[in-house]
Design a protein around this ligand. Structure first.
Ligand SMILES: [Fe+2]
Length: 170
């Protein structure tokens, strides 16, 4: 007789992930990466089974890690990233479901991030970040639904965080 314990298998990434990673690796600029995310095959639009959620912050599930990084990120209402850049990588994300609020920053003379724009993106939107862009993204406002995004960084990113209070990048 079994104890009743159940093992939940981790779903396998869709086969098209390898092809997507290969094409992302060949992107020369963020516009090409953006176009890649705008033309995803249907199998890469239905990724709910990979979604992970943590209160307060994003929770990611890596579909591909190597020369590029492809991650499904789940955001509960109220979850928001730190203010960060992408360490010189090209990055873009597609909103799979929910609404994403993206805030862009520039550094002031003291090296502190100052908000310069705030935009809300609907499902199907693709948001692109150039190498030097600084931003924070989250699921906020009147949203009561979870946000799910598919993020690609090429090459794999080592983001730097920025304090909004003091100290600049960390
Ligand atoms: Fe980012």
């Amino acid at each position: 007789m079994t104890t009743g314990r159940r093992q939940i298998a981790t779903p396998l990434p869709p086969l098209e992930i390898d092809r997507l990673a290969e094409r992302a690796q060949g992107c020369a600029n963020v516009r090409e990466l953006q176009a890649l995310l705008e033309q995803l095959p249907p199998s890469l639009l239905a990724l709910e089974r990979f979604a992970r959620f943590d209160a307060g912050s994003a929770s990611g599930f890596a579909l591909f890690e190597g020369s590029v990084q492809i991650v499904v990120c789940g955001w509960l209402p109220g979850a928001r990233s730190e203010i960060h850049d992408h360490g010189g990588a090209l990055c873009a994300l597609r909103v799979l479901s929910g609404h994403a609020t993206d805030i862009r920053y520039e550094l002031d003379r003291d090296g502190l991030p100052t908000e310069v724009s705030r935009d809300v993106y609907l499902p199907g939107s693709v948001i692109a970040y150039r190498e030097a862009d600084i931003h924070s993204i989250g699921n906020e406002g009147a949203a009561s639904e979870a946000l799910l995004t598919l993020d690609i960084c090429a090459p794999a990113s080592s983001p730097r965080s920025y304090s909004s209070g003091a100290g600049g990048a960390s």
